[in-house]
Design a protein around this ligand. Structure first.
Ligand SMILES: Nc1nc2c(ncn2[C@@H]2O[C@H](COP(=O)(O)OP(=O)(O)OP(=O)(O)O)[C@@H](O)[C@H]2O)c(=O)[nH]1
Ligand SMILES: [Mg+2]
Length: 415
């Protein structure tokens, strides 16, 4: 974890509360990218329009970097190439802006080929307008390595343009890889549950708390497909739980596709587990829920939404109930939880179980033979075996997806 200092120039036209919220969001983003925020610097008086930060403040920042031994400075406002260059010279550490931070988060979370291409595309869009000044700065200063650029040449800008064209073409032809991921998982009898919600809502904490008794062997298979997916068994039903990137507001248009593609897992899920931070002010919760539903709308097919109202440990019971009353129309299948203390986890698991795609019950009789025995072990893998009796034939009571029942149709006695 890298130590970082976050810097914000307050918007003089916005009120204190909204400036504070912006800063809080930046800290949350830094946390999401695995940084530890060790210091904060706010520029409240409006400096010269040309600068995001006044001269004196840059010196103050440099002192802070040294005192706190920070490795990185993250600005909430967009910076020009020259600004990044100059500030990093003075502070003697890496400097980046909010957009680069968000790109870093997307890059870390992109699991499918399509998502990776989208993130790469967004990065190139970010770099393109800066290409010329990067090259001229490097030429002036003879400083290779700046902004991750090794050697440089005049064709840098051309090069970026070519890569953009190439990626666009590949994206056009790439089929949705995650579709096949879904069928692969379904073939193996797993239902898909995706965690969704704003950054800092507590998705990853809940993910860890739900999967802590998960089965390691199966996990090894799926971690290679997606590093943020683990298996989870509730009442013998097996599901795959996927942690996803948090929703982020105020994205520029060139980042929207990259953001959406990191959410592919959500759009393919059987259940969307929407995590909400109940310690937010109720207006903020309502706004976040509305945006979340907007993101799911039209992109999900028949997914059930379960709303996990998290961080209930931070509020008294009456406040929780009051907030729930206001937001209930935006919170389908609600359950109050506290991911850090495991409170409500059992109710949540039960709710997930109840909302899984329905499985069929059947009584079947399978001939006692080698082939019959392999069918039995296949059924153990694919469904739930409630009872089994060995006699002249093998009598079983099973529960499984319809496709599975169809395959043993000739043996069905009753359903
Ligand atoms: N008090 C309290 N804090 C919580 C709870 N759940 C999570 N947190 C804290 O909230 C912060 C964010 O939690 P994460 O699990 O990283 O949130 P996230 O939704 O995964 O965030 P992103 O990955 O950035 O989208 C952490 O500091 C957690 O310790 C909770 O139930 N109660
Ligand atoms: Mg997380």
């Amino acid at each position: 974890m890298k130590k970082t200092i976050v810097v914000q120039r307050n918007d003089p036209n916005a009120d204190d509360a909204s400036n504070e919220r912006k800063l809080a969001e930046l800290k949350e983003l830094a946390h999401a990218a695995d940084y530890v925020v060790v210091g904060v610097l706010v520029q409240s008086r409006y400096p010269d329009r040309k600068y995001q930060i006044g001269r004196g403040k840059v010196d103050e920042l440099a002192e802070l970097v040294e005192a706190l031994d920070a490795e990185k400075v993250i600005f909430n406002n967009q910076l020009s190439t020259t600004q990044i260059y100059n500030i990093s010279e003075t502070c003697k550490c890496e400097v980046m802006d909010r957009f680069q931070l968000i790109l870093e988060i997307f890059a870390a979370r992109a699991t499918t080929r399509r998502a990776k291409l989208q993130v790469e595309l967004a990065k190139l869009h970010y770099e393109l307008p800066k290409a010329r000044s990067i090259v001229s700065l490097l030429k002036k200063e003879e400083r290779p390595g700046f902004m991750g650029l090794g050697g440089y040449e005049d064709s840098y800008e051309q090069d970026i343009k070519k890569r953009i064209v190439r990626i666009r073409a590949e994206l056009l032809h790439s089929c949705k890889g995650s579709e096949s991921l879904r069928s692969f998982r379904h073939e193996r009898g797993f239902s898909l549950v995706a965690l969704a919600g704003y950054t800092n809502a507590g998705k990853s904490t809940l993910f860890q708390s739900l999967v802590k008794e998960g089965t390691i062997v199966e996990d090894m298979l799926f971690t290679t497909l997606s590093p943020t997916t683990r298996s989870l068994t509730i009442n013998k039903r097996r599901m795959l739980l996927t942690d996803t990137v948090g929703f982020i507001e105020d994205l520029p248009y060139w980042m929207v596709d990259a953001f959406r593609s990191t959410l592919d897992e959500i759009f393919l899920a059987d259940i969307i587990l929407l995590v909400v931070d109940m310690s937010d002010p109720v207006d903020v919760i309502r706004q976040k829920l509305a945006v979340s539903h907007d993101i799911f709308w039209k992109r999900t097919e028949g997914a059930v939404i379960v709303t996990a109202l998290n961080k209930t440990d931070l509020l008294p019971e009456e406040d929780l109930q009051e907030k729930l009353d206001v937001i209930s129309y935006l919170a389908p299948h609600p359950v109050m939880i506290s991911a850090i203390s495991d409170k409500g986890t059992d109710e949540l698991k039960q709710l997930l179980y109840e909302n899984l795609p329905k499985w069929e019950h059947s009584r079947i009789s399978i001939p006692m033979s080698e082939e019959g025995m392999s069918t039995v072990s296949w059924l153990y893998d694919e469904g739930i075996v409630h009872t089994i009796e060995y006699g002249d034939s093998i009598l079983m009571e099973i529960e499984a997806r319809d496709e599975i029942i169809q395959k043993v149709k000739p043996f069905v006695i009753s359903s």
